[in-house]
Design a protein around this ligand. Structure first.
Ligand SMILES: Cc1cc2nc3c(=O)[nH]c(=O)nc-3n(C[C@H](O)[C@H](O)[C@H](O)COP(=O)(O)OP(=O)(O)OC[C@H]3O[C@@H](n4cnc5c(N)ncnc54)[C@H](O)[C@@H]3O)c2cc1C
Length: 475
């Protein structure tokens, strides 16, 4: 078996995983109403193999099909196609990541940055993922405690995940990771370090993969974006959602065949960064539908309000287009400028990737403000789904909310803007833009690290040398 159906994916989630939601255990995630939207959203990671096989299905040397999310990049073209696949699957949820993107980022990072037995295990694990079409979550972010202190200097040693025991066949780990997307609705967890480590931090230099239902793993799922939503007021967030957890490891035993790093501190930062190289490339591609929605919604609401031709509206549309297409352009450039890394695994150009990610994250609040500006105050004060469903109230709404287009058309676009860019989903997107795949400062750091200033310095040295040569005599 190499490609599972969406139904098989759902069925695979019925295991002994320990999930806690609002203080209560969840016996079966597939039967729990609060998780329906999230599981349906992630199931697109499987159904896309039917709806878009040209992009979503790859073939191995024997011609056996497997999920193209897991195709190891071996050329710029592979990364161009990966970018298209991610953008396409993320159009379902308007720029919200679906399922297999993050896990494959971690797989590629492990294939590139591990050595020796760790690399052999990573290669075998990649084959296992492909053969079984496994849905992966990635637990990288430790809870981190006092940010001014490293792992071994924390008051509580469990504030970073660490090895507490080891025998011939296994290691045992304790600690907690946080913000783990998809953990409650994935099959397995890849666990990798969150930062570079130094001498004394050996126990914290650990990377491995385990099934989510491994004894000792507990998922405390965030209730953010809970409660039923009607599709008139919440056209997107009534159907799409991600689940994140505090992921606690209480004496979790990991077989050594699943361990990719154990104690080599100097490799921890390399693995963390190798994941990030792919993960930010994923980010700049999965955000594109959200940016297209910004541009499209701004244009449609301006038309609905009858302001499309005003000079300030045209200027604002130009700003939104420039913002969106700059991110898209750098995302494409990152693939075009890809280069070969260790193990023959290609990586997207980190400079272009981080420029795109930083430009996206930095500009997002202003772009959101622009679309809210064009939409008007109804984004916050508009009528609800129950009002619209009542014929008497609806007649009033139809009369008073008509503008350059009928009231229904106008209200639906205004609610789409409200749902996507304000309220709890919009707030979630703003936090996501700021922190997910790394904070703004992390991106700036990578921009400065990946830029080679030497050619520019040499050019200026050359200019200075030329200026010291005697000036030619005028005729
Ligand atoms: C919706 C969402 C989904 C996510 N999904 C995943 C996931 O699936 N898996 C995963 O592993 N992670 C995930 N993340 C985590 C994400 O990568 C982190 O949120 C991000 O790296 C920031 O870490 P933090 O939240 O601990 O914030 P912090 O690191 O505490 O950052 C807060 C601020 O402190 C600054 N700061 C932090 N440390 C220092 C320091 N030592 N010195 C000076 N300044 C410092 C930062 O620059 C930032 O300004 C997700 C996050 C979000 C919001």
């Amino acid at each position: 078996m190499t490609l599972r159906t969406a139904d098989e994916y759902r069925e695979g989630l019925r295991d002994g995983r320990r999930v806690i939601y609002r203080g209560q255990p969840v016996a079966d995630v597939t039967e729990f109403d609060e998780f329906d939207a999230a599981i349906a959203h992630s199931a697109h990671g499987y159904s896309i193999a039917d709806t878009d096989p040209g992009l979503a299905v790859a073939f191995d040397d024997e011609g056996t099909p497997y999920s193209a999310f897991y195709r190891t990049p071996r050329s710029p073209q592979d990364l161009i196609e990966r970018g298209k696949l991610i953008e396409t699957v993320c159009r379902y949820g308007v720029g919200t990541i679906v399922l297999k993107e993050v896990g494959s980022d971690a797989l590629f990072g492990l294939l590139r940055a591990t050595v020796g037995e760790g690399r052999e295990n990573a290669q075998r694990y990649w084959q296992h993922v492909i053969d079984n079409d496994v849905a992966l979550a990635v637990a990288q972010s430790d809870v981190k405690g006092d940010r001014a202190k490293g792992p071994s200097a924390q008051a509580d040693p469990d504030l970073y995940l660490h090895v507490v025991a080891e025998d011939e066949d296994s290691i045992t780990v304790c600690g907690a990771k946080v913000h783990t997307s998809f953990s409650a609705n994935a099959d397995e967890l890849i666990v990798i370090p969150t930062r570079a480590l130094g001498p004394g931090d050996e126990a914290y230099a650990v990377a491995f993969a385990i099934p989510v239902d491994t004894p000792g793993v507990s998922l405390y799922v965030s209730p953010y974006l809970d409660a039923p939503r009607n599709s008139f007021e919440h056209p997107i967030s009534s159907q799409h959602k991600m689940l994140e957890s505090l992921t606690v490891f209480d004496n979790v035993r990991v077989p050594k065949s699943r361990v990719f790093l154990n104690g080599e501190v100097e490799r921890a930062g390399q693995i963390a960064l190798a994941f990030v190289d792919y993960h930010r490339f994923t980010a700049i591609n999965y955000k594109l539908p959200l940016l297209d929605a910004l541009v499209g919604a701004a244009s449609l609401v301006a038309e609905a309000n009858g302001i499309s031709r005003a000079a300030h509206v045209r200027a604002k549309m130009t700003d939104l287009i420039s913002y969106t297409e700059t991110v898209r352009g750098f995302a494409q450039l990152a693939a075009v400028r890809a280069f070969e890394g260790e193990g023959g695994v290609w990586l997207p150009d980190p400079l272009s990737t981080n420029l795109a990610k930083y430009h996206f994250a930095h500009g997002f609040p202003e772009a959101v403000r622009t679309v809210i500006d064009l939409a008007g105050g109804l984004v916050a004060t508009g009528p609800g789904g129950d009002d619209w469903a009542d014929p008497e109230v609806r007649a009033v709404l139809e009369k008073y909310f008509a503008a350059a287009v009928p009231a229904e058309e106008r209200l639906r676009i205004i609610h789409l803007i409200g749902d996507l860019f304000t309220g709890s989903w919009g707030g979630y997107q703003t936090v996501l833009a700021t922190h997910a795949e790394g904070s703004l400062e992390a991106e700036k750091l990578q921009i400065s690290r990946s830029f080679d200033a030497e050619p520019a310095r040499a050019y200026v040295r050359d200019l200075l040398a030329r200026a010291t040569e005697p000036a030619p005599l005028s005729a």
